[in-house]
Design a protein around this ligand. Structure first.
Ligand SMILES: *Cc1c(COP(=O)(O)O)cnc(C)c1O
Length: 377
């Protein structure tokens, strides 16, 4: 039996007619960049994410970069984030010229640990601490960070909060939507995210009128009036075609999320029935609405051998992520060492993401859990 990590072809069949119709309209109009379809999507996403505004951009990475630029983060500044995230989070900080400052994660949720943030802040001199201007909590795998403590720290030190919600569209923390709690919420429409485009795309949410204006300015090279530039921005524009496709898919998102949650529940039952719960650590759901962009287990032993065994059995898995940010070559100048963030380092060696996409069948899940049982017995 084949169990791919993700199969987007099944989903495409269900929306194909709507997509083809809108694609033809756009091709006939020859109107490709920004415009009414992007504006419509911005309204829909702002509403979906309980935010006042949204600004469509070219990718999730650019959502992070343009937010940092709108917050005037630059070479003299430092920005705190998780060591255990997709590279774009830390990379965007570095691209502004600022210095990323890493913190460890919570062993249950894999999200940034507020205790670790406090430890990092307390270990700094007052002068160093003053350079910290922002914090990027990453809502990893589709579950929100512990935002009460993070917002408290941000308030105490006067930090801008940029939520990296690339994996968490529609996730909730105590009834509040991802992307609505900080100053900026950054989302990605990369095809493998829960709400994926047919190419690259992203969006930034904000409740601030001032940041909204700034984001729109920076998206088009910092110019309100063509060829007159108030700021140095970039080309961070979203395509009409991508916006139109994302708009169509947004109508199905809650249904797909429910299917992912149901798959997560089925895994829990299957793993417990198989008696694997002492080798396999299942993901912990806090009180949040977890949208399961990924279903990530942690294995006490032989993660890499298991992964090879599953590949041979036709089962796709992935490691998100094998190297924490503080141990990346490109950040060696920051002088972090192995052992600095033991929880993130442990996660990098022990976690494994399993298929959880909405169309995954019960037979496929059963087959997968049976193979894991076979491997460990
Ligand atoms: C996917 C992702 C991004 C980047 O999004 P792109 O659209 O691929 O640029 C940023 N942060 C996290 C946590 C992600 O998962």
């Amino acid at each position: 039996m084949k169990v791919p990590l993700l199969d987007l072809k099944l989903q495409y069949q269900t929306i194909k007619e709507e997509v083809m119709k809108v694609a033809e309209e756009i091709f006939e109009s020859q109107y490709f960049i920004l415009g009414p379809r992007v504006e419509a999507l911005e309204k829909e996403i702002a509403e979906y994410c309980s935010s006042k505004h949204a600004v469509g951009v070219s990718s999730g990475t650019d959502a992070l970069l343009i937010s940092l630029m709108a917050a005037d983060i630059g070479p003299e500044d430092k920005v705190i984030t998780s060591t255990y995230t997709f590279f774009a989070t830390a990379g965007s900080i570095a691209r502004t010229g600022a210095t990323p400052v890493f913190a460890d994660i919570d062993p249950e949720t894999y999200n940034i640990s507020s205790k670790s943030i406090s430890r990092v802040m307390d270990g700094m001199t007052g002068k160093e601490r003053k350079k910290i201007k922002a914090i990027i909590p990453v809502h990893l795998y589709g579950q929100c960070c512990d935002m009460d403590s993070i917002l408290e720290i941000a308030e105490k030190y006067n930090l801008i909060v940029i939520e990296d919600a690339a994996q968490a569209i529609g996730a909730e923390y105590k009834g509040r939507r991802a992307g609505s709690m900080g100053d900026f919420g950054c989302f990605s429409f990369f095809p493998s995210k829960n709400l994926g485009a047919f190419g690259d795309g992203g969006i930034v949410t904000t409740n601030s009128d001032e940041f909204f204006d700034k984001l729109r300015l920076l998206r088009v090279h910092g110019s309100h009036l063509k060829y007159y530039h108030n700021k140095v921005g970039g080309n961070f524009r979203l395509d009409a075609l991508q916006a139109a496709i994302v708009s169509i898919k947004l109508n199905y998102l809650d249904g797909w999320t429910e299917a992912r949650q149901a798959n997560a529940d089925k895994y829990r039952e299957l793993f417990i029935d198989a008696g694997l719960d002492d080798i396999v650590n299942l993901p912990t759901e806090k009180e949040n609405r977890h949208i399961y962009n990924q279903f990530v287990i942690s294995l006490k032993e032989k993660r890499d051998d298991l992964r090879m065994f599953l590949t041979d059995a036709g089962i796709g898995t992935e490691i998100y992520y094998p190297v924490p940010m503080h141990l990346q070559d490109c950040f060696s100048n920051l002088n972090y060492r192995k052992g600095d963030f033991p929880v993130g380092e442990y996660a990098a060696l022990h976690t494994l993401a399993l298929p959880v996409y909405p169309e995954l069948s019960y037979e496929q899940q059963t087959y997968l859990v049976e193979r894991i049982k076979e491997f460990y017995s």
